[in-house]
Design a protein. Structure first.
Length: 187
């Protein structure tokens, strides 16, 4: 009997979108992420966070975002755990100092050779349930040598800065796979 052949899963580049209107809060968060996830490998620089006012009431105005990739490529299995921990870090950052204010938003995800995936707590028609109340969405797809967005892709991921970041992470991953001769293979 013929059965589907299981292929090994390639590692991914883990990253986090770090969003705040306070540069010091963003920097402290990046340092905390780095202590847990490894050294910063790729950093986008400061970008405007375009969310159409969705976060204004809870986070304030003039939000800025940095995309930061951490550590060596790794297995993507624990994406839900990454999101749970970043949610805890958000809560700790607000703490007693800002009980009714959200000074930090962290959105972890990963990049493969073919896609940029984000973790989220919000269910929608295009998201897949992972576990522990966490979902994942493919935000960008790499096809025909370029990044392509989807109808649900957030505006700030549609821009050139985000695709440059994704390309840098993709290249980092490809270099890693090439050095190990570890491109996806049949087991």
């Amino acid at each position: 009997m013929l059965v589907a052949e299981v292929l090994s899963v390639e590692p991914v580049v883990r990253f986090c979108a770090v969003i705040s209107n306070d540069a010091q809060v963003r920097q402290r968060a990046i340092e905390t992420l780095s202590r847990r996830w490894g050294e910063v490998k790729v950093r986008s620089g400061v970008l405007p966070f375009l969310a159409g006012g969705y976060y204004a009431a809870s986070m304030g105005e003039d939000l800025q975002k940095e995309l930061v990739a951490f550590g060596d490529p790794l297995d993507p299995t624990e994406l839900a755990a990454w999101k749970r921990w970043t949610n805890q870090l958000e809560a700790e950052t607000a703490g007693e100092r800002w009980p009714d204010y959200r000074p930090l938003n962290l959105d972890p995800g990963y990049i493969t050779q073919a896609k940029l995936v984000l973790a989220t707590t919000k269910d929608r028609d295009h998201r897949i349930y992972l576990r522990d109340g966490m979902f994942a969405e493919i935000t960008l797809t790499y096809t025909a040598k370029r990044w392509v967005h989807h109808r649900w892709t957030y505006p700030d991921y549609r821009g050139e800065a985000a695709t440059r970041f994704a390309t840098s992470c993709r290249n980092l991953l490809r270099d890693h796979l090439q050095s190990l001769n570890a491109f996806r293979k049949r087991s």
